[in-house]
Design a protein around this ligand. Structure first.
Ligand SMILES: [Zn+2]
Length: 393
């Protein structure tokens, strides 16, 4: 024990770091092109290379994991899985790799090693620029003496100034360039850095500042692998002043459906396969997710609220047909009609709400679904105590 204590005393920082920094799993979704039905990359090859790439990232406490299943596509794919880094492996013909907005594209036939391109693009995905700076081409303004290392080049001070190593590293991994920086100093770049344009067979590491940055970015991204299907839900229409009853289904028997008023909010409006909205007066979107082994993406359901939609095409003849104080329920007319004297009509049917209209049928009022003739509708003065809404006529 004493031996180990002494060892740890000599390297207290390394000990703490090992113990206190948890590994962050970063999910990758692979999309693989198929040409004439044949995937452009072999899965054993892919996962061996991923394991190798993970050894480069281990000092960052970052580990890339395959977020199954793999998706296959022909010629191009618009599929994108949220909360993961999406990697599209294609058969070329041009370029090697690129990264933008959570998507990595890799030409598996490019003239660099696959592990270099994969590790390099993942470095971009975790916030790293090239060691020669924030451009693809061109050289650096970082000085060899490091005096402007926080503002120029890649902004890391433990990566030496890099003039862009493309075609400037020989087969023995020696820098062959002869360029000088603005002060006339000869560059001494690191030809082993994965974020450089060095020869593929020479690169296998990141600097400590690069590793630290990637850990923080991976932590902030907080990506998670969740490939369960989002709920199925259909848009519906209701009339103004109605509540909408939304129904969602999931293919997960134990899945719990949760409803939200916005795409990212954390406080559910309700849970379960059905959700009844508040009374709606404008078209409104709702969102539903399913919680199972993980939380799915949210599906959107749009409730279209028709200002006058579905209101009956009543006309003045209704008054005559009903007679004084008459009532008509159901029958060929889907609305239950109740005539109040000779001046107003109350109607409702197949809906939650009760409406009133004057005998001229020029105005419709939405009454409440707990309408009472004595308090909500003043017969003598024809004053419906409800919301005036447009009539369909
Ligand atoms: Zn790059």
């Amino acid at each position: 024990m004493q031996h180990f204590d002494q060892l740890l005393e000599r390297a207290p920082y390394a000990h703490e770091k090992q113990r206190s920094v948890p590994m962050i799993d970063v999910p990758l979704v692979f999309h693989i092109e198929e040409v004439s039905g044949n995937p452009v990359i072999n899965l054993t090859f892919l996962f061996n290379k991923l394991a190798l790439v993970n050894t480069y990232y281990a000092p960052a406490h970052v580990r890339f994991v395959n977020c199954a299943p793999i998706l296959y596509y022909e010629s191009s794919s618009s599929v994108y899985i949220k909360n993961a880094i999406n990697i599209y492996l294609n058969g070329g013909p041009n370029g090697c790799g690129s990264y933008a907005g959570g998507r990595i594209y890799i030409n598996v036939n490019c003239n660099r090693t696959f592990e270099h391109v994969l590790a390099h693009e993942l470095g971009h995905a975790l916030g790293l620029p090239h060691t020669h700076g924030y451009t693809n081409t061109g050289t650096t303004t970082e000085l060899v003496d490091g005096s402007n290392c926080t503002t120029d080049g890649d902004r890391f001070c433990d990566t030496p100034a890099d003039p862009n190593l493309l075609n400037l590293v020989n087969g023995s991994c020696q820098y062959t360039g002869t360029g000088l920086d603005a002060k006339g100093d000869m560059y001494l770049p690191d030809v082993t850095n994965i974020m450089s344009y060095s020869r593929s067979t020479c690169v296998d590491k990141f600097s400590q500042e690069q590793l630290d940055k990637m850990y923080l970015v991976a932590q902030a991204l907080a990506l998670s692998c969740c490939r369960i299907d989002p709920p199925s839900v259909a848009d519906i229409s209701v009339c103004s002043g109605q509540k909408a009853v939304l129904t969602a289904t999931t293919n997960l028997p134990m899945g719990i459906l949760r409803w939200y008023s916005d795409p990212k909010g954390t406080l559910p409006l309700g849970t379960g396969p059905t959700f009844t909205t508040d009374t709606l007066y404008t078209s409104t979107a709702f969102y539903v997710e399913v919680l199972d082994s993980c939380i799915s993406e949210r599906s959107t359901v749009l409730v279209t609220v028709n200002p006058d939609g579905g209101l009956p095409l009543l006309d003045a003849s209704i008054f005559a047909k009903l007679g004084p104080g008459g009532t008509q329920n159901g029958g060929s007319n889907p609305y239950n009609l109740t005539k109040l004297g000779d001046t107003a009509l109350i109607f409702s049917a197949n809906r939650n709400n009760i409406y009133a209209t004057t005998h001229l049928m020029d105005t419709v009022f939405l009454l409440s679904d707990t309408f009472s003739a004595s308090t909500d509708f003043n017969i003598s003065g024809i004053t419906p105590l409800g919301t005036k809404i447009n009539h369909r006529h």
